[in-house]
Ligand binder design. Structure first.
Ligand SMILES: Nc1ncnc2c1ncn2[C@@H]1O[C@H](COP(=O)(O)OP(=O)(O)OP(=O)(O)O)[C@@H](O)[C@H]1O
Ligand SMILES: [Mg+2]
Length: 271
């Protein structure tokens, strides 16, 4: 085991980023240890996607540092950056599958870009990855021929093509019905169990947060930073911040239906 094993998989220090003059996140710091499933949550516009864009190198931070396995990503030169980028997979919110390519071609892309494997070796890995996500034998299908859930699985297969120790998943169950969304959750858990993959997941899906997250980071638009960091069940039960409690207990905002003729009527129950 190398020293790197003890280092956090991701370490963000005093990260400030935004667009032009607009600061979205200010002096944000956190670390993700190996094997953790970390959810980044928060209201619309709080900066979740912006954080993800910085983490995967699509947006340059105004200042601060992002390191992977102890190696600075922000200070890396082009070659080091390329190497770091090959160490993680990304499932984009819109899947980002190429519509003119088959699933096999889509999944082989990162292998072509980052490895010297032969065509036959790539085909073997594609078949394996499709099997891992429950799409065995779908090599020749095009994304448009797949349901929404299958497209997410295919995008996950591509994110896992290089056997990364870390994956970023942006809204992996967005647009899926509750049953398919649950299946996606199970698949994500299976990947973590089988490969020990560290995961950073942006999601609004409360059921997934409670089912999958070891830890959540909640971002806030006003504060431009982290307003909660902990286990979802503990935060939901004990946070004194109403923004955190309301987000993690969304049912509390709904008027309760009377249970019977003697019930008190649609009275709001506040924990
Ligand atoms: N490309 C961009 N150019 C300028 N401003 C942007 C850009 N993308 C996002 N913003 C602004 O940055 C802020 C954070 O946006 P971001 O997309 O990171 O939020 P989010 O938490 O992902 O929201 P959602 O849950 O709606 O996806 C918002 O005020 C948004 O208007
Ligand atoms: Mg977003």
């Amino acid at each position: 085991m190398t020293n790197d094993a003890a280092k956090p998989v991701v370490e963000v220090k005093n990260l400030t980023c935004g667009y032009g003059e607009e600061v979205v996140l200010k002096e944000v710091s956190f670390a993700v240890p190996a094997r953790e499933v970390l959810f980044v949550i928060g209201g619309s516009g709080c900066g979740k996607s912006t954080l993800l864009r910085c983490l995967i190198g699509l947006l340059k931070p105004a200042h601060g540092d992002i390191a992977y396995f102890g190696r600075s990503f922000t200070a890396a030169d082009t070659e080091q950056r390329r190497e770091i980028l090959s160490g993680f997979g990304v499932l984009y919110q819109n899947n980002a599958l190429w519509s003119s390519m088959t699933l096999a071609e889509n999944i082989a892309l990162p292998l072509e870009e980052h490895t010297a494997l032969s065509r036959a070796e790539r085909a073997e890995i594609v078949a394996l990855k499709l099997t891992e996500v429950g799409l065995a034998g779908s090599e020749d299908r095009y994304p448009a021929e797949l349901s929404g859930g299958m497209q997410k699985r295919a995008a996950l297969a591509r994110a896992l093509a290089l056997d990364p120790a870390l994956v970023f998943l942006d809204e992996p169950s967005e647009g899926l019905d509750p049953i398919i969304s649950r299946e996606m959750d199970e698949l994500i858990l299976q990947v973590r169990e089988n490969f020990g993959t560290t995961m950073v997941i942006v999601s609004h899906q409360i059921s997934s947060i409670f089912h999958l997250a070891d830890r959540v980071l909640m971002l806030d638009h006003e504060t431009k930073g982290i307003i909660a960091d902990g286990k979802p069940a503990e935060l939901a039960a004990t946070s004194t911040d109403p923004r955190v409690r309301d987000f993690l207990n969304p049912g509390n905002d709904l008027p309760k239906r009377p249970a019977g003729p003697t019930a008190g009527g649609g009275k709001r129950v506040t924990p």
